[in-house]
Design a binder for this molecule. Structure first.
Ligand code: KG4
Ligand code: ZN
Length: 365
């Protein structure tokens, strides 16, 4: 007899990516992401434009996710959605769509916390065929949906085992978390001001590298010397972080240098990127290493948009090797915002019978 499987449709719309995914139990069948190019010219996400783009994208994205999964919509057992935190207008589009879709199908709704989803992305099982993984299926606004899904990304294969530490680093959050079970997650430390991704994006903006600057800094840093310049990191209690000072010292450093050498940024771009990246990554991982030692874990994970950073990934691996820990490094398609991570969180909630009421509003914080 075939075991009973659960099919989840998941929707993510908390910021500027519209995404839908289909999972069968913990296995991913499709993960479609429509990124919004419109914000680049403004150097950051414009909430009003984001919600408008979500409205345009949500139906084609969900349609593509169902088609690529090769299922009929009647096979869906539950609809998971990101309830918060995020931008209110953006969340409202996904939340309203999920509610209408679930109602039309007569299926239950499952609300998911966006941060929990990032962390739980490590539990997405490796795909059974080379259908999935890599960059996922990306839609640039109204571009065709035919991007083939390439082979699975790195990091797959190591099964997470509780308890483990996870560094959640994105454009909005920087937290060290201790996971004792899927839903027993203790926040050991957090940033008291800017998020790490925000600091990276601001450093990129100072150098006029465009938005979001994280991937650009990552790429340029590969050609640079990470020890070319030093930027001070603050002394903050416990496992907490602060990034606003690093950003300011970077700004003042450049202001002084530019007075003497007007083309300083142009001439030292790669070294500047490598140095600011090293400053931020070393600061992040020093506290993560401390937390892992103090809590006697054997595995250390990273999650969130900044976990796509190649230097963070290699440094985590180096530290884990030193201590004989396992590094849990997500495939790229699960680092930045995506619905697959919402789907896996919804799946675990489904197993617990934890369903959401249709009247639930989104939350921003
Ligand atoms: O998780 P995410 O997509 O959205 C939020 O929930 O914030 O994270 C976006 C952040 C941005 O700050 C972006 O610059 C950063 O992730 N990011 C990176 C890289 N790819 C994305 N930062 C450094 N290196 C990367 N390769
Ligand atoms: Zn996120």
């Amino acid at each position: 007899m075939q075991p009973i499987m659960t099919t989840i449709l998941a929707i993510e719309s908390s910021c500027d990516d519209t995404s839908a995914a289909v999972l069968r139990d913990d296995r991913l069948l499709s993960n479609v992401i429509a990124s919004q190019k419109v914000h680049e010219q403004y150097g950051g996400v414009v909430p009003e434009l984001a919600s408008r783009a979500h409205e345009q994208n949500i139906i084609p994205v969900v349609d593509a996710a169902i088609r690529q999964a090769g299922i009929r919509k009647e096979e869906i057992d539950a609809v998971g959605f990101t309830r918060g935190p995020g931008l209110l207008g953006s969340l409202l589009v996904g939340v309203s769509f999920a509610k209408s879709f679930a109602t039309a199908l007569g299926k239950p709704l499952i609300e998911v916390n966006h941060l929990q989803a990032h962390v739980l992305s490590h539990f997405i099982a490796s795909p059974p065929t080379p259908l999935l993984g890599g960059e996922g299926s990306r839609m640039k606004n109204d571009a065709p949906l035919s991007t083939p899904l390439s082979s699975a990304g790195e990091g797959l294969g190591v099964r997470p085992q509780f308890p483990f530490i996870c560094l959640l680093v994105s454009g909005g959050h920087t937290q060290i978390l201790l996971l004792r079970s899927h839903f027993d997650i203790e926040c050991l430390g957090t940033t008291i001001d800017d998020a790490a991704g925000e600091a990276i994006d601001k450093a990129a903006k100072i150098m006029d590298l465009g938005y979001p600057g994280g991937p650009v800094i990552d790429r340029l840093a590969r050609e640079g010397n990470p020890d070319a310049f030093r930027f001070a990191t603050p002394h903050i209690e416990g496992y907490n972080y602060s990034f606003s000072g690093i950003k300011t010292s970077f700004l003042y450093f450049l202001r002084d240098r530019l007075k003497e050498e007007p083309d300083f940024i142009e001439r030292h771009k790669a070294d500047l990127c490598a140095s600011i990246q090293k400053t931020i990554v070393s600061f992040l991982l020093k506290k993560v290493e401390r937390a892992a030692l103090d809590h006697h874990v054997r595995q250390v994970a990273i999650a969130g948009g900044v976990s796509a950073n190649s230097f963070l990934r290699s440094e985590l691996q180096r530290i884990c090797q030193k201590h004989h820990w396992q590094a849990l490094i997500p495939p790229f398609q699960f680092c930045t915002d995506n619905a697959a991570m919402v789907g896996i969180a919804a799946y675990f909630k489904y197993l617990q019978g934890d369903f959401a009421d249709i009247s639930l509003p989104p939350y921003t914080r």
